[in-house]
Ligand binder design. Structure first.
Ligand code: TXA
Ligand code: MG
Length: 316
């Protein structure tokens, strides 16, 4: 259980109302939060992350009621909100004309991504500010998402006005992003809510945004560690660090396991912290490649494989 320090929340809320940036824990990863209705504050997010301006941000709300002030909510979206909020599901919905959300948040699109985080600290902060918070993952653009306060410190340092430390993020991969187009649900990014769980509710297969970069931030090379990644490795070769899963283990000084018992939720929670730690260990031992054991594609495995593939993609 996180013990909430109300003094910290009050201070964080004051910083955000004055246009500052606060790193807040969510159940998925740490977010770099600013007042979504303040253009200058939102611009500071892009600057702090080194994020391209064509890549839109998602907003974090206190609940469906707050969401409805900013986006149109068709019945299918309402159903998904009821089922999965609060939690790691972001819904991309048409922007309301009278929405006071900064245009920078949508990066020129006529939609806004909205989510209600489950983490107590994130919820308390949104309620204290009483405005929607724009928040991308709190890392420099293109690098690994932070799942601990020290990751934020390492990546953003003085660029952020305050870091709320809520310990490690329990889910560990970012939210699932689903675009709602009338009565169609399209998966833009696999994440903390498994595809199967959504399909159980919609009673239809979730279509994917094939080819087109539908979530503009989903560029292939992302989450990049320094070392090269070799995926689906059944064994460790000479000169490699190893990231194991279940019974597929490595040895030597630079070896970690995502989940000894082969549990995908545990693997997701460990993924980014293990990649960072192994990257450091590999560098320390002069190893240029991290071999990664196969991870099954079902449930949270889809999101884990997505992030591993991006981390392994050629750099741009
Ligand atoms: O779990 C999460 O979603 C975390 C925590 C902090 O909430 N946030 C997060 O934000 O991962 P970010 O900015 O790192 O990733 C959001 C993704 C980006 O790839 C962006 O392109 C996409 O969402 N996105 C945002 N608004 C969109 C929109 N209107 N249409 C399509 N894609 C959108
Ligand atoms: Mg990100």
């Amino acid at each position: 259980m996180t013990v909430i320090d109300h003094k910290d929340i009050r201070e964080a809320a004051r910083i955000i109302r004055e246009g500052g940036l606060v790193a807040m824990p969510t159940e998925t990863v740490y977010g770099l939060a600013a007042d979504a209705t303040n253009d200058k504050a939102v611009a500071r997010i892009f600057e702090a992350k080194g994020r391209p301006q064509f890549n839109p941000l998602i907003i974090h709300v206190a609940g469906a009621e707050m969401a409805k002030r900013y986006v149109e909510v068709p019945p299918l979206a309402e159903t998904l909100m009821k089922e999965f909020w609060p939690g790691p599901l972001t819904l991309v919905l048409p922007r309301r004309k009278d929405s006071g959300i900064s245009l920078l948040v949508s990066a020129g699109l006529d939609t806004v991504g909205v989510r209600m985080p489950k983490h107590e600290l994130a919820q308390s902060l949104i309620q204290a500010v009483d405005r929607p918070l724009a928040a991308p993952s709190a890392n420099r653009s293109g690098s690994i998402s932070p799942t601990r306060a020290e990751h934020v410190r390492d990546s953003l340092g003085e660029r952020v006005d305050m870091i709320l430390d809520g310990g490690p993020c329990p889910v560990g991969v970012e939210s699932t992003i689903v675009k709602i187009d009338a009565d169609k649900a399209i998966l833009l990014r696999p994440g903390g809510v498994a595809r199967e769980s959504i399909e159980r509710v919609t009673a239809k297969p979730l279509s994917s945004a094939h080819g087109k970069i539908e979530a503009p931030g989903m560029m292939t090379s992302h989450y990049a560690p320094e070392a090269k990644l070799r995926l689906n490795a059944r064994e460790q070769k000479d000169g490699e660090a190893f990231l194991g899963f279940g019974g597929v283990r490595g040895g030597g000084p630079a070896t970690l396991n995502l989940s000894e018992s082969g549990d995908l939720a545990e693997a997701a929670a460990n993924l980014f912290a293990h990649l960072r730690a192994l990257d450091r260990l590999a560098a320390g031992h002069g190893l240029k490649t991290i071999a990664v054991a196969p991870v099954p594609f079902e449930g949270l495995g889809e999101a884990i494989n997505d992030r591993l593939n991006r981390a392994a993609a050629p750099r741009r």
